[in-house]
Design a binder for this molecule. Structure first.
Ligand code: ADP
Ligand code: MG
Length: 349
């Protein structure tokens, strides 16, 4: 017990930054997600990821996107610096993943960040290192292709308790590959690869021109892919709802539990009521031990959705959820019951 009130003082800004960073980046996979989203925002058609020791030693993301102007490298890792949003009103129509200008800043407070980047019109690439939000040393010219490579090294080097709370390298890597896989399924026109340092083989590789079903095949293999059917939900004009997905058919006899993959307005989210409702539809057809696979890209009129844009809060809420969810569940029900299962069975064998 404290018997005398202590004086209130402002926290040191470096402490504030570290606390804020630790709230956004809980584990290597959170850092990776931010970097991958930046690459997609930059218009990349290829995103290559290299992971060392579950991302703790090294997370490297290389893209062929628009690159970063040399003049911007000074403030790149400062908090709240972004090229994506300039006024609060813009938020309503924002199409990019990022807009807060916090990710790179956060990373620079809890790891060693280095950036190599080249815009199309720059004669060479530029390399810069960052510590605690600030440029460390000089910006150096170097050889490089158009695009950006960001390296995050020694994540949580100054947060020992967080380091101790992490899972093993292989478990952190598994989370990363899972996350890359989800973006790879959804992000048309973009190729992805993910490799563990020192491994001759890719943990995941998807080329840019593939459609969703082929992406799923590349990531999870043939047993899922050959049992997929397209779920084409009729539009629900009233709420601006369009939805398209790939879902497993009733021959898919699988014991492993895949979590349902939902992108709502292009953001990877969880939506427990939607998941429950779709699982319910399957449960009337499938044996109890069998688990379906569901990927669904759902668009809803933006003013109805609160895509809780905080990087770590993924559970989404939207207005008229019951009507929208029922509509999708009904469509799944109709799709599943209308496929000729015997024919589907023959084509998979
Ligand atoms: P945000 O994405 O919210 O803008 P970030 O901290 O993630 O904030 O990134 C800050 C800025 O750095 C971005 O707005 C963008 O201009 C630039 N940037 C980061 N990563 C890349 C990349 N891979 N390619 C091009 N620009 C990038
Ligand atoms: Mg970002």
């Amino acid at each position: 017990m404290i018997d005398q009130a202590a004086r209130i003082k402002a926290l040191d800004v470096s402490v504030v930054n570290k606390i804020a960073a630790g709230e956004i980046i809980i584990a290597p996979v959170n850092a990776l997600k931010e970097m991958m989203e930046n690459s997609i925002d930059a218009g990349a058609t290829n995103v290559d990821i290299l992971v060392r020791e579950g991302g703790i030693k090294l997370l490297q993301v290389t893209d062929n996107g628009c690159g970063i102007n040399k003049q911007d490298l000074d403030i790149l890792c400062e908090r709240f610096t972004t090229s994506k949003l300039s006024s609060f009103e813009d938020l309503r129509s924002i199409q990019t993943y990022g807009f807060r200008g916090e990710a790179l800043a956060s990373l620079s407070h809890i790891s060693r960040v280095s950036v190599t980047t080249k815009t199309r019109d720059s004669p060479c690439a530029w390399k810069a290192n960052y510590v605690e939000g600030k440029l460390a040393g000089k910006i150096q010219p170097c050889a490089g292709k158009d695009g950006t490579t960001i390296q995050v090294q020694d994540l949580f080097y100054n947060m020992q308790s967080r380091l101790r709370s992490l899972r093993s390298g292989s478990e952190e890597l598994a989370k990363i590959v899972e996350c890359v896989g989800r973006y790879a399924i959804h992000t048309r026109g973009v190729g992805f690869s993910c490799k563990k340092f020192g491994d001759p083989q890719f943990a995941l590789i998807v080329s840019p021109e593939l459609e969703a079903k082929e992406r799923i095949r590349a990531i999870y293999g043939g047993s899922i892919a050959s049992n997929l059917i397209e779920l084409k939900v009729p539009n629900l004009e009233e709420f601006g709802v369009t939805a398209l997905g790939q879902v497993s058919n009733l021959n898919f006899n699988n014991k492993k539990s895949y979590s349902f993959i939902f992108f709502i307005n292009n953001r990877l989210v969880t939506c427990e009521p939607l998941r429950r409702s779709l699982a319910q539809v399957y449960s009337t057809y499938l044996p109890k031990t069998s688990r379906p696979y569901v990927y669904l890209s759902l668009n809803i009129r933006p003013d109805l959705v609160d895509v809780n844009v905080h990087p770590t809060k993924r559970e989404v809420r939207f207005l008229h959820d019951e009507e929208i969810i029922n509509h999708i569940a009904n469509s799944l029900q109709e799709t599943l019951s209308s496929v000729d299962t015997s024919r589907a069975f023959r084509t998979t064998s």
